[in-house]
Design a protein. Structure first.
Length: 120
């Protein structure tokens, strides 16, 4: 009579597990276009329109072991570290059944694309 208990335990397992974390990606399809890491805010706004939510804040500058902030793009020269970096986060609602999408800009470039919960 262990099989009904085992089946019940397997069915309850998804309920006991923590919710999935946000997923990151390198590109985001909006409307009929694609935005990707490295794009400017102007490019994203042109391709995707206005976000449903915006947040802007100052974050501590990340630094490399040499004490310099990493370049935003591979062939961009390194700069001396400022006190903070302006970070803009834009959230898009791509439509019912899709995932809330948050785009993060640092130094005027898209550095992160995160998918959240499904739009209900």
């Amino acid at each position: 009579m262990r099989s009904p208990r085992l089946l019940l335990a397997l069915l309850a397992l998804p309920l006991a597990s923590p919710p999935a974390a946000a997923t990151e990606t390198r590109a985001f399809r909006c409307k009929q276009d694609l935005v990707q890491l490295g794009d400017s805010p102007a490019t994203v706004r042109q391709r995707c329109g206005e976000p449903v939510y915006r947040d802007s804040f100052c974050a501590e500058a990340r630094q490399t072991p040499e004490g310099l902030p990493p370049p935003v793009m591979p062939n961009e020269p390194r700069r001396l570290p400022p006190g903070c970096v302006t970070v803009d986060e834009w959230t898009y609602n791509p439509g019912w059944g899709q995932f809330w999408t948050t785009l993060r800009f640092e130094g005027g470039r898209l550095v992160s694309i995160r998918y959240g919960d499904r739009v209900k």
